[in-house]
Design a protein around this ligand. Structure first.
Ligand code: ASP
Length: 324
């Protein structure tokens, strides 16, 4: 009996401590892990959103780039962090695809995290170095088929959105190409601009400015409709690659066990950031839009992740190429 009382008292104390912590949250800076290199599209989206969230939360949000292994290194790092709301992850569609691509992950994709909400869904573009010979998507396809041993396709590692889109491209044209992995498409873009790599798929959040400035070549956007920021860029369908659609949704996660009061507070802050006029305007310039408020919630992100794991599993299994 005495032992039971002591246990009950200890539990009450713990609950109280947890509740009090959540009530005063946040009391110190928060780290938001981006699982790709600085300067890339995920990094850009994160910094725009984190800036507004940090003002709302009254604490600094430090963006930390933990690139490598297609985003799984950064996700693994957050899965192992203390579930106290001070370490978060902003990841994209790769959270879903890596669940199948990696047969051994150091974390459980669905059960290893708490959810904050969806952030944005970004179109992808197929782009090349400025002086790459092909002038449109049809000639790109012919060219890479004829030169498959010398053409290089950049990506951000197995599990990255650029990898998924590149894999879809190679399977659509039934040609295997030489791929060059980077820790993110930030550094891949640097090499594309420098002419060290030939072409890649990447989010409009990294390619719009370069396509408009004609510092790279843009062949197509991978959405059903053209994007307002790049009205002259045809869709893949228009340019001769039917049914070639992929867009890159992003979400914010916390380690499993993070108190629901904290994820709810973060979700509220995310909704505020997504309605911020500067965020809306910058997203528009970068070819994207904020997720609707109802999607910037834990339940919506969880449902999206579950449905996307189910959606991509058969596609990846059919390609039969895994990370291990
Ligand atoms: N765009 C990258 C990808 O391929 C990631 C990044 O650098 O943000 O997933």
């Amino acid at each position: 009996m005495k032992k039971l009382l002591v246990t009950l008292a200890a539990t009450t104390l713990l609950l109280f401590a947890g509740g009090a912590g959540a009530q005063n949250y946040p009391e110190r800076p928060i780290t938001m892990v981006v699982p790709f290199a600085a300067g890339g599209p995920t990094d850009t989206v994160t910094r725009l959103v984190a800036d507004v969230m940090s003002k709302d939360l009254g604490q600094q949000i430090v963006v930390e780039n933990v690139g490598g292994a297609g985003g799984t290194l950064g996700a693994g790092r957050v899965a192992k962090a203390d579930p106290d709301g001070y370490t978060l992850l902003l990841h994209h569609i790769g959270m879903a695809t890596s669940a199948t691509l990696y047969r051994k992950l150091p974390y459980d994709t669905l059960a290893g995290f708490e959810y904050v909400g969806l952030v944005t869904e970004v179109p992808m573009t197929i782009v090349a170095r400025k002086d790459f010979e092909p002038t449109d998507l049809k000639s790109l396809i012919d060219y890479v088929k004829a030169n498959k041993d010398k053409v290089t396709l950049a990506n951000a590692g197995i599990g990255a959105a650029s990898h998924l889109c590149g894999m879809m491209f190679m399977s659509a044209i039934q040609t295997q190409l030489v791929t060059v992995p980077y820790k993110g498409t930030g550094p891949a873009m640097t090499d594309l601009l420098g002419g060290q790599v030939d072409f890649m798929c990447d989010q409009t959040t990294n390619t719009t400015k370069q396509i408009k400035g004609q510092t790279i070549k843009g062949y197509a956007v991978t959405t059903a409709k053209r994007v307002d920021a790049l009205p002259d860029l045809p869709t893949a369908e228009e340019a001769g690659l039917p049914n070639f659609q992929v867009s890159v949704w992003h979400g914010i996660y916390a380690p499993k066990g993070t108190p629901p009061e904290i994820t709810a507070r973060l979700s509220k802050s995310l909704q505020l950031a997504l309605a911020d006029p500067n965020v809306v305007a910058r997203f528009a310039e970068l070819g994207t839009t904020p997720s609707p408020q109802a999607d910037a919630t834990p339940a919506a992100l969880k449902a999206k992740l579950e449905s996307e794991i189910a959606r991509w599993k058969p596609v990846i299994d059919a390609a039969g190429q895994y990370a291990d």
